[in-house]
Ligand binder design. Sequence first.
Ligand SMILES: [Cu+2]
Length: 127
Amino acid sequence: MLKQVCTTVAIACLFGCGGSGGYSTSPPPGGVNTPPPTGGISVTNNAFTPAAKTVPVGTAVTWAWNSCSGDVYSGQTCVSHNVVFDDGVSSGLQDQGTYSRTFTAAGTYPYHCAIHGLAMAGSVTAN
Ligand SMILES: [Cu+2]
């Protein structure tokens, strides 16, 4: 039994302690920020960037969460935010990933984060 545990630890270290040459090609563990796509909006602590955006009608706008801080290897802290529009449409409450909404009608769509209130707000104008 004890021998089995030691073998398991040794194997885990083979894969988890980096490869030869002093670098590791393993992907980092979870808890990573998502770069916004071109034309997208970054969700940070506690702001939307850019806060105001104008797009042609029919455009899908993507919000990308960048609310994690700390070392991805020793553990990150990710803060949850959401995108809640005044018309009732909203994303889930999430601390990673993306959310998209397609604006099919012209108008201005104000939104905010329900957790952080109007201090964390933005708007999308479709025309
Ligand atoms: Cu928030």
